[in-house]
Structure formats: C-alpha cells, structure tokens
Design a protein around this ligand. Sequence first.
Ligand code: AHZ
Length: 309
Amino acid sequence: SPPVLSTTASPAPTAVKLGKISNATANDIAIKQDWESFTFKPIRESTVSRAMTKRYFADLEKYAESDIVIIGAGSCGLSAAYVLAKARPDLKIAIIEGGVAPGGGAWLGGQLFSAMVMRKPADEFLDEIQVPYEDEGDYVVVKHAALFTSTVLSKVLAFPNVKLFNATTVEDLITRRDPSTGQLRIAGVVTNWTLVSMHHDDQSCMDPNTINAPIILSTTGHDGPFGAFTVKRLVSMGAAEKLQGMQGLDMNTAEDAIVKGTREIVPGLVVGGMELSEFDGANRMGPTFGAMALSGVKAADAVLAVFDE
Ligand code: AHZ
C-alpha cells in the first residue's frame, strides 16, 4: 500500500488540499497522499522565467514614478512602511533595500541574543501589528527579534501598494533647485543592483536606474559599509555642512532624541532611525528597539504631511 502520513487509517488516499491548511486541525493537516502516483502539474522553464520577469519589470515601470520611496528596510523603515501603506492605500510606496534579506539589524535583539526589548509606549506598535510580548512594567520583551521583524515585514509586503526592491542599493539622490530661491529639493533616488554598486571600482561604467518621488524617507542606519548613506551624500553635495556623528551609548537620551528628531531635514527628504544619529549627533541606544518603531511612525507622519501641503 502507498505511504500515508496520517494518524488515522485512510482506505483511499486523497490529494492534500493545501488551501484548507490554515483552518485545519492536526488530523486534517495530515497529508493523505498517494506518493506512488504523485506528480506536480507540468510547467515549462520559460513559463517560470516569464512569471518572474514580467512582474518585476512591470513593477520597475510602475514604480519609476512613485509617491514615496523608503531607503532601507530595517526596523525603522519597515515600521514606517507599515503605517504609510495602511494609512494611504492610494499611494505607491517603493522600498529600496541594499541587502538580499530585508530587516537590517532587527533579526537579533542585541549581540547574538534572541529577545527584543522595547520600552513603552512602543508596545502600542506591537499591539497594532499583533506581535505578542511579555510585559515587564516600563518595557516589554518580544521572545525573538525575528518574530517582530518577520511579522512587520510580512504585513508590509502584503499591502498591494508596496513594492520591495531588495538587493538594490540607492547610490545617489535626484536633486532639483528652485529657480527663484535656489533651495535644493530631493526629488528621487538613483539605484543599482547591489552587486553592481559593489563593483564600480573594478568595472567600467555601469550606469544606474532612477525612481522619481515627491518625498523620500531615508532609514539607512548608522555609519558602516552601507549605513548613513543619504546624510553622508547630503554633505558631499554641499546640502549639509557636516555630520555631527553618532555619540556613545545612552539608552534614555538616545531613544527620545531619535523619535523627537525624526523630521524632514531637507525639502523632500525625511530621515529616521539610526541614520539620524549621524546627522544630529545623537547617542546610540544599543539593543532597545522602541525608538526604531516609533521613529518609523513619526517619519510616516512627516511623509504624509507632504501630501497635505
Ligand atoms: O541594508 C541596510 C539595512 O537593511 C539598508 N541600507 C543601508 N544603506 C542603503 C542604501 N540603499 C539601500 N544606500 C540601504 N539600502 O538600510 C537598512 C538599515 O537598517 P538598520 O537596522 O541598520 O537601521 P535602523 O535605523 O532601522 O535600525 C537601527 C537599529 C539599532 S542600531 C543601534 C546601535 O548601534 O546602538 N541600536 C539600534 C536599535
């Protein structure tokens, strides 16, 4: 008789109904499959290629003119994306993430530990995205940072008005100058495949791509191989005098400063999360993530204000 993965005897094996799994009990989930005659539906390789590429290139075409671009899909960028996508389903939101894996530094709580600490009132954001936690009074603990990150990520990706372009780096900014005032405005981003961005030094010219948008939110984290990209570029193009540089660790000072400081720092550019510490000279907070979630929420407010102007 064919192998049957079931706790109950099944006289006639039937094909598993994958669509029913979400409501299933353990017994329903047990796969009653006739493995001898098992086969997937047929497919041609080019069909798979076309299924992926036609959607990707349609998205590139659609999001070439976006309403909002978020640079960096760490804890701050993803929190902002959640609020923005939920508040304004009419707006096209492109997220550009340099890494293959979105999430930035939020897959672990600190060092290589699992639990993620958030100080109140950031628990309200966890309630909103339905991430469970232990209430410890002034702070809450999510049992694994990856539970927070995977939950906010999955909710962001499910919004129909969001497109994540990962393995894609923002390598410059589109700028405009007001002809009458001379005021500089950020008007979009210049992108490239991350693997290409990493090889500008040893390959001949590999020109980038562009996305226009009336407002950019940059959340590229503190300085590092990729971090603080946008604020560093503001300095090199003369749009900001100098970076104050991130200061040493002080949890109480740092978290308030990052949330309070989240704002539009140059017309068309809102900065949030730890990238802001490099611009403002704020302290770092180390392994407490409440300020990242709430900086994201405040950044979303600052972004949406542009559409009310
Ligand atoms: O890959 C980067 C990461 O996922 C991405 N990124 C950086 N530069 C980019 C570029 N183009 C596209 N030019 C880029 N993507 O941005 C993301 C930043 O995530 P993060 O987790 O580093 O920053 P965050 O501000 O969201 O969270 C910071 C978390 C920290 S750091 C810290 C400390 O050092 O004290 N404490 C906390 C809570």
